[in-house]
Design a protein around this ligand. Structure first.
Ligand SMILES: NC(=O)c1ccc[n+]([C@@H]2O[C@H](COP(=O)([O-])OP(=O)(O)OC[C@H]3O[C@@H](n4cnc5c(N)ncnc54)[C@H](O)[C@@H]3O)[C@@H](O)[C@H]2O)c1
Length: 376
């Protein structure tokens, strides 16, 4: 095989955005599309001359595709991913891999049964140069053991009109949450990728603080890690201008970056904990060196994830954004929702049955839609 025949399931904003990239991907052939809304499907079929299917399962069974991208509302991601893996297709799913961790686990189980297939998630922020650099610095151990991270990620301003742009948006039944389900899967994937998995989370959520919506649009969460490290994550779709302030403190220094894209890195000459215990000086502090790192501008994004996905299928290149790792950001998001809505501190991994019960309860009480989605 020297090219990958790709089908797109979900031909809305993001699905069509992916189609716009295909012309830059030499070893990809766009062969089929599916959408439950005929206007979107007809437009794509006419524009690209591909075969159209009103039901994504028919596309999966058509024999026209080696791989699919799933760009539907969230609850359909695991359903199509499992069906495609069982049919022998490679899968690239949009984020989040699922709304609830139990569904993400079902996809991971299906992927585990087909190790010959590639299952990836569209976590394109992992390919952005500054995040690659942060990941590389932390993973190299230069900062020493993590003690604390702090991320104020409020650059997600959205208007009421945005929430009105699709009936599935900002509903428990259609989207499965608000900012945590839609915008923050990227942030939470990076939190997992860079800091690892927390063991406990306590979160405060505001439902519809800035918008007339039933789901959360404002979150403050406190994390605890197995080694005693802590974290603070702040996000909102109601603040403008947004901030993107990230800081991680370790036993050998600190890394920060802000909107200008530069990384400010201070590395101490030894362990800070050791210095704290042994230094005779009451007011002394560790010697250190400070540097500014400017990761190359641009780079990264959806195209890089596609190139990696195609190379993984055709050349065996390791995936940069493995779909199975998408479970972690869902676990973190589910823990925040469980904590925020019950007032409890939540241990991870979450109790999947408890989260699914909570979600079903929210849907049953919803004034927007009480129909249970697939996977619940
Ligand atoms: N990675 C990114 O940067 C990024 C950016 C935006 C959106 N997204 C993700 O892309 C996905 C789609 O978001 P969007 O903004 O394009 O939404 P959208 O509403 O514009 O498009 C969704 C499309 O899916 C179709 N659809 C609904 N149910 C379907 C089904 N069962 N089978 C087939 N088609 C179905 C709808 O008719 C619609 O055309 C979401 O998961 C979202 O989180 C990712």
């Amino acid at each position: 095989m020297n090219e990958v025949r790709v089908g797109v399931i979900g031909c809305g904003g993001m699905g069509q955005s992916h189609m716009g990239i295909f012309k830059d991907l030499p070893r990809l052939k766009f062969t089929a599309a599916s959408d439950s809304m005929s206007a979107n499907l007809d437009k794509v079929v006419t524009t690209y001359g591909v075969k159209g299917f009103s039901d994504g399962h028919e596309l999966i069974k058509s024999g026209l595709c080696d791989a699919i991208i799933i760009a539907t509302p969230h609850y359909f991601h695991p359903e199509y991913a499992v069906a495609a893996l069982q049919q022998g297709l490679h899968v690239l799913t949009e984020k989040p891999v699922s709304v609830n961790a139990s569904a993400a686990r079902r996809v991971n189980d299906a992927a585990a049964k087909r190790p010959d297939l590639k299952y990836a998630a569209m976590f394109q922020m992992r390919t952005v140069s500054r995040w690659k650099k942060v990941h590389q610095i932390v993973a190299s151990g230069q900062l020493g053991e993590m003690r604390r991270f702090h991320w104020t990620a409020t650059g997600w301003f959205r208007t009421q009109a945005y929430y009105g742009s699709g009936s599935w948006r900002a509903t428990w039944a259609g989207e499965g949450g608000g900012i945590l389900a839609n915008q923050c899967p990227h942030n939470l994937d990076l939190v997992y990728w860079i800091t690892g998995m927390p063991k406990r989370i306590h979160a405060h959520l505001k439902l519809g603080r800035y918008h007339d919506i039933e789901v959360e649009d404002d979150v403050i969460a406190y994390f605890e890690y197995p080694n005693g490290a802590t974290g603070l994550f702040v996000t909102s779709t109601g603040e403008f201008p947004g901030s993107d302030y990230f800081e991680i403190a370790g036993d050998r220094g600190k890394l920060t970056f802000t909107h200008d894209g530069k990384i400010d890195l201070t590395l101490t000459d030894g362990s800070i904990a050791e210095f704290c215990k042994t230094s005779p000086g009451a007011w002394s502090s560790p010697t250190s060196s400070r540097m500014t790192i400017e990761p190359p501008a641009g780079g990264g994004g959806h195209k890089d994830v596609w190139l990696n996905f195609i190379a993984a299928i055709l050349d065996g290149t390791p995936l940069v954004t493995p779909g199975v790792e998408g479970l972690h950001s869902v676990e973190i998001s589910n823990a925040m929702i469980l904590s925020g809505l019950t007032g409890k501190t939540v241990d991870l991994p979450t109790n999947h049955a408890e989260f699914d019960d909570l979600l079903r309860g929210l849907i049953r009480k919803s004034k927007k839609s009480t129909t249970l989605p697939p996977g619940l």
